[in-house]
Design a protein around this ligand. Structure first.
Ligand code: F6P
Length: 556
């Protein structure tokens, strides 16, 4: 890929720099002056209805932002990504998560390989396996069908699958559940296996590299737990431990030789490719736990949702292109209006892991200080993504969003139809829930003036405390229901938002060198934690003192 354009040198950036200092948002007035504002700034992207009208956006800003997209070459970079060019410069790789959801009859050849054929070949393998588990044809070592799938992975090999499993629970097959073990904190494996029956448990070890310390440690620990459990129950009589591992462990990885070395039958290993980044991999074999528990049909719908959003992103002009507009707005807030964080607030309990998933997607992608040609940036990149499902967040941190001193753009997500249509007497609970969703974005946008507070008879001394300044930017994202397809659309939306921001900032959104140093140091200093004095003495004074405290307090 050609070198990035320094965004600060573009005419559009300069225009935004001129607008920003005197920018004085007034959403009340903007809506009064332009009765079409909501209509003009509301878009459909696949099944998503996205209302951008409560953002701090004027025609002038919008114009400059779309010019910025052109001036940094967003269209060409997007074509380079979809076409399989090696846009992950520092790892010299194509970035082709979009190929994972191409329909079977599509064509794409990359580095001499028919990518669509490869993707669908692997999908067929995963679906055949999923169907065997679901039908009871696949049984454990004692002949019992599988009841629990345990996915062991971390980062991209965990966050996407666990988020999607939680989101799509209503689609799970009766009698089949999934659990996800990720943390190297022994608590995670301990708690997640303590009430499981090894005879009906199937473990999926998911690791792109199959070298990740946490995942391999957990995989060994759970293998021991499983074999010991089977042995204790007398289930291994006349059978070998190796055979038991083959019946109860499968793998997902790009490193299939390492899978075999672990004892997993390579026929039960599902592959993907180096052009799928970990945090972009939930729609690859990394989603095998989903294909098993939710079923191949639901997984196919999930993929078609991603693809629908890809098509929207690829084909729409910037003015109607939702991922592009949302990404550009994030640049506006980050680089010109001094926003540092971005809240994601799903009004859906099923999406309770969505903010955590987005943290890896957005922050591992765009938390960089050098451009893809190695220049230091002199502008901010990345945003801190965070959030909790509504209405829980309302009773916790919304105070700061409403009345704090910081600007926090927030994405609100809601669905017209609940999975649980429960009544509270005459009241429909989902209506009460969505009443809150609509009320919050309204309050954030339009606030409450001092006169309005006074009109309620409030004592003058406390009027200031009860004023809401408004002009707090929000985007509302709605869909008919949280289906597998809609979830795929939502994920792809944020993947492309992240891409847009990365291109504007000129950074490689697909590498993650920033996680390496800590991994190396952990391996280097762990012997000190186990009591090696020589290694301990080599540490800095603070680290020495912390490890010494640990050694003193640990009962062993
Ligand atoms: O350490 C970060 C990371 O490399 C992520 O990017 C990745 O999703 C995660 O570790 C897990 O990696 P793997 O799938 O190779 O075990």
């Amino acid at each position: 890929m050609t070198n990035p354009v320094n965004p600060t040198t573009t005419e559009a950036w300069k225009k935004l720099e001129q607008i920003a200092p005197a920018f004085s948002p007034d959403l009340r007035k903007w809506f009064e002056d332009d009765p079409q504002r909501a209509e003009k700034l509301t878009f459909d992207a696949a099944d998503l209805r996205v209302d951008l009208s409560k953002n701090l956006l004027t025609d002038e800003v919008l114009q400059a932002l779309t010019e910025l997209a052109d001036q940094v070459g967003l269209r060409e970079r997007m074509e380079a990504m979809f076409g399989g060019e090696h846009i992950n410069i520092t790892e010299d790789r194509a970035v082709l998560h979009t190929a994972l959801r191409l329909p079977k009859d599509a064509e794409l050849e990359v580095d001499g390989q028919n990518v669509v054929e490869d993707v669908h070949g692997e999908l067929e393998k995963i679906y055949a396996f999923a169907n065997k588990v679901r039908s009871g044809e696949w049984v454990g070592i004692t002949g019992k069908p599988i009841e629990t799938v345990v996915n062991i992975g971390i980062g991209g090999s965990d966050l996407g699958p666990v988020m999607a499993y939680e989101a799509l629970k209503p689609y799970a097959k009766d009698g089949l559940t999934a659990r996800y073990i990720s943390n190297i904190d022994p608590t995670d494996a301990g708690e997640k296996t303590k009430d499981l029956d090894p005879e009906t448990t199937l473990v999926i070890v998911a690791s792109k590299t199959f070298t990740t310390l946490e995942t391999l440690t957990n995989a060994r620990v759970v293998r021991e737990w499983l074999l010991n459990g089977l042995e204790k129950a007398g289930a291994l009589e006349g059978k070998s431990r190796e055979e038991a591992v083959r019946k109860h462990f499968v793998a997902v990885s790009t490193a299939l030789e390492k899978v075999e070395a672990f004892g997993i039958d390579p026929n039960n290993a599902f592959g993907f490719w180096d052009w799928v980044g970990g945090r972009y991999s939930v729609d690859s074999a990394v989603g095998t736990s989903l294909a098993v528990v939710l079923g191949p049909e639901a997984f196919d719908d999930f993929l078609s949702g991603f693809h629908a959003m890809d098509e929207h992103f690829k084909t729409q002009p910037w003015e109607a292109n939702v991922p592009a507009l949302m990404g550009l707005l994030n640049v506006w807030y980050t680089n010109f209006l001094d926003a540092h964080t971005h809240a994601v607030l799903p009004y859906s309990q099923y999406l309770h892991r969505f903010p955590a998933y987005l943290q890896q997607l957005t922050m591992e992608s765009n938390g960089k200080t050098v451009t893809w040609d190695g220049q230091s940036v002199d502008y901010h990149t990345g945003e801190v993504f965070w959030g909790e499902p509504g209405t829980n967040g309302q009773h916790a941190f919304y105070q700061l969003i409403h009345q704090g001193t910081r600007l926090i753009p927030a994405d609100f997500i809601a669905f017209a139809n609940p999975a649980w249509p429960i009544q509270d007497g005459d009241a429909d609970m989902h209506e009460l829930f969505l009443g809150n969703f609509f009320a919050q974005t309204k309050a954030l946008a339009f606030g409450k003036t001092a006169d309005e507070v006074r009109a309620e008879g409030t004592a003058e001394a406390i009027v200031p405390a009860r004023v809401f300044k408004g002009n707090k930017p929000t985007t509302s994202i709605m869909a008919p229901a949280l289906t597998p397809s809609v979830l795929g659309q939502l994920i792809a939306l944020y993947e492309h938002i992240t891409f847009v921001q990365g291109i504007v900032w000129g950074i490689d959104s697909f590498d993650q060198w920033g996680v390496e140093l800590g991994k190396v140091l952990a391996i280097e200093l762990t012997p000190a934690v186990a009591g090696d004095r020589e290694v301990l003495d080599k540490q800095d004074p603070s680290t020495q003192s912390l490890i010494s405290y640990y050694l003193e307090k640990r009962d062993k």
